[in-house]
Design a protein around this ligand. Sequence first.
Ligand code: PGA
Length: 252
Amino acid sequence: MPKTIMAANWKMNMTNSEAKAFIKEFKEKVEGLDNGVQIVICAPFTALAKLAKKTRETNIAIGAENMYFEEKGAYTGEISAAMLVDIGVQYVILGHSERRTIFGESDELINKKVKQALNTGLTPIICVGENLEERKADKVADIVCNQVRAAFAGLTSDEAAKCVVAYEPIWAIGTGEVATPEQANEACGMVRSTLSELYGAEMAENATIQYGGSMNGSNAAELVAREHINGGLIGGAALKVDEFTKMIESVK
Ligand code: PGA
């Protein structure tokens, strides 16, 4: 059985003081919540140390939104996996469509980051998904399967089993337009069958595959109830304590 993971992706939101206020309130709300859901908050680098400290020994794990693949050295402005692990970060979002499109991240770069994250003990949340043009041209399966193959290239099955995949159709991100549960389930199913081809049925059956794209308190339960959807990667709606809490409570 895959673990259900509800992960916030704060993006470039929340100053340190805002993050501090959020986590204080959020911790109280989800404390003792026992529905088997792993809660993750992926936040800007500047807030990570504080968040990790404040959530130690709670049911909340902390993630970064990016990292660089090199171990250390002359890479001005970059953050390494070891720096993240050292401050108590456990997850890292890799290959988000905003990184791919705005910052030009290639499949090859994302693959290198996935490998380094795993080598250092971080759990990668690997994002894949098509844009509207590609969906209209009936290319969802091609795009999603190719992105999964590229991100997992060269990983052993033990390594692959540690990864989380988030299917995020670009046309649904931050737009208020949500994939229907059928569309989301179908694409998450494509991710699962690609993993099955690569690593066998057992690995694929246990893989956590999230949906992301305008998920909120009103649609989370219906989406996550589908066979291939094991949680969500949530942007806008995860910036509000009550809304994010409601989403976590509504899924099993
Ligand atoms: P959204 O973002 O929930 O605001 O659509 C999701 C994401 O980009 O991960």
